[in-house]
Design a protein around this ligand. Structure first.
Ligand SMILES: Nc1ncnc2c1ncn2[C@@H]1O[C@H](COP(=O)(O)OP(=O)(O)OP(=O)(O)O)[C@@H](O)[C@H]1O
Length: 232
């Protein structure tokens, strides 16, 4: 059984006898780690993501950048098998090759500027489903996916409104995509579309606030909001 094989207590990335990932501030309490993560990843998010070529190195650099204060292994592919809700993600031995194959597709239309917005939404949903299926990192896949999606939208000039993410519906759509059904995810991305580039910064800021709120850390969120509003 999947659950038996991936007991968190057997994970060398966790503190012995617990499911808390070994982390830079050495926090052994899951709640404290989560708070620290939200605050620091939130702050990194608003500093601006690293530049790159939208290849696997760029994606890893983004994860490294976001989680650099939290995990030594930030930006590195996972080496153990992981699953969520019984859905087993890509086996670690295939992550690198699967990522290379997936990201090659980002260098051509409809991922590039000038594409039809409807075509872009469909390939963006496919990409999101595929990168989630691979789930390259031990932790932080969801946040990296969403920030990279925003970057892809900006590059293609079909930006998204991150503030309109509806967590439950989005999660359901992601799980459906895991089973090969993309319609719900296309609908979610369609709803998140920003019709014009004006107000994009505001939309991005609110999106980050929503991501933080969703994780239930209102105080950190308020703290981050102050920084976000100072963001030029
Ligand atoms: N049962 C599932 N099957 C497939 N994908 C799932 C399932 N549950 C969650 N996911 C997806 O996994 C990703 C979350 O992965 P991970 O926990 O590594 O990221 P995170 O950034 O730490 O968490 P979150 O996205 O919750 O903030 C999200 O894209 C989510 O949609």
């Amino acid at each position: 059984m999947i659950g038996d094989r991936y007991e968190a207590v057997d994970d060398p990335a966790c503190y012995p006898g617990s499911d808390v990932l070994i982390n830079i501030p050495d926090l052994k309490d899951a709640g404290e780690l989560e708070q620290f993560e939200v605050e620091h990843v939130g702050m990194r998010s608003v500093e601006g993501p690293p530049e790159g070529n939208y290849d696997t190195a760029h994606y890893r650099a983004l994860h490294r950048y976001l989680f650099q204060d939290v995990y030594e292994w930030a930006g590195e592919y996972r080496t153990i098998r992981t699953s969520k809700g019984g859905n087993l993600f890509c086996l670690p031995e295939f992550i690198s090759s699967q990522m290379e194959a997936l990201f090659k597709g980002l260098q051509s239309p409809p991922f590039l500027a000038g594409s039809d917005p409807d075509d872009f939404i469909v390939v963006a949903a496919e990409f999101l489903g595929d990168v989630n299926h691979i789930h390259p990192f031990r932790e932080g896949n969801g946040r990296t996916q969403l920030i990279f999606l925003r970057m892809l939208g900006l590059r293609a000039e079909h930006p998204f409104r991150p503030e309109s993410v509806e967590p439950e519906a989005f999660l359901r759509a992601m799980i459906e995509s895991f089973h090969g059904h993309l319609d719900a995810l296309v609908d979610e991305l369609e709803r998140m579309r920003l019709r014009s580039l004006s107000g994009l910064r505001y939309a991005s800021i609110i999106g980050l606030v929503m991501l933080a709120l969703r994780r239930g850390h209102y105080i950190e969120c308020k703290h981050n909001l102050k920084r976000m509003l100072a963001w030029k």
